[in-house]
Design a protein around this ligand. Sequence first.
Ligand code: SF4
Length: 77
Amino acid sequence: MAKLVTTVNKARCVMSGDCMENAPSVFQMDEEGKSEVFDQSGAADAVIIAAARSCPVKAITVVDQQSGVQLFPPPKK
Ligand code: SF4
């Protein structure tokens, strides 16, 4: 399983809660109601990527730590 590094751009987060609903063991709400990652390896890779994909404003970025490849959003070509 790839080791993922997941980050939330809080400036972009609109507090929809989708990521926390899809991967509650990875994302939690901070004191301002924005999402934050509290456990980088709290769910399977596919679950984390699906949670990132569920974000309506694409505030979540997922990078494969080993290769440095950005898995989501897909890098622009
Ligand atoms: S899905 Fe996106 S907008 Fe919604 S809480 Fe998570 S990071 Fe914020």
